[in-house]
Design a protein around this ligand. Sequence first.
Ligand code: DAT
Ligand code: MG
Length: 200
Amino acid sequence: GYGHDLGVTTLGPVTETAQTERSLILVKPDGFRRGLTGEVIRRIEAKGYTLAALAVVTPTREQLAAHYAEHEGKPFYEPLLEFMSSGPVAAVVIEGQECIKGFRSLAGATKPTEAAPGTIRGDLGRKWAGTVDENIVHGSDSPESAAREIATREPAARSGRSRSPPVPSGPSGALHTGGACGAVWWCVVSKPGHALGCCM
Ligand code: DAT
Ligand code: MG
């Protein structure tokens, strides 16, 4: 079995500029089961994004509840959590200028039937029986989502503890790094004086 959670333990500061983004990519249980992890990572690397962290892990319901908070109450929420906890996923933190939007473009539309050829979902996905759309990959949809989703993969989040970074000043969307929390941390300023993020 997959007893070893390599986790995302220490992510250093981003390697490019203050505007460099990080996004959380998941090769979902369907993609992992089908052996498509390498193909997804190949496309990410071919596009020019960097792999900042990589782990194989079966998501817990707690992680998924935090990860998919925006979908709570929707008809597909329960099937979505059931599907996403059905087996291992490859969790990849990628890095690069505009990589959040860029990976969404690589992934294609949510429904594999509608996703354009050339995209991951368009080339490799299809509609299956079942309530939830199984579409091979997840990619963060905003800097705020990326910060929250990457935090769900932190050792502190997995053990139920949480650590907050100091709130820096700065423009909305700014990515900050620093040496607080006894480790490197990063966070995204969602509005001046208000930050979402976590210690790394
Ligand atoms: P995306 O993964 O493209 O960001 P999302 O965040 O709106 O899409 O939804 C999360 C996942 O939930 C999505 O990848 C597949 C599933 N899903 C979304 N809308 C759905 C729907 N109307 N019916 C079934 N499954 C759906
Ligand atoms: Mg989404």
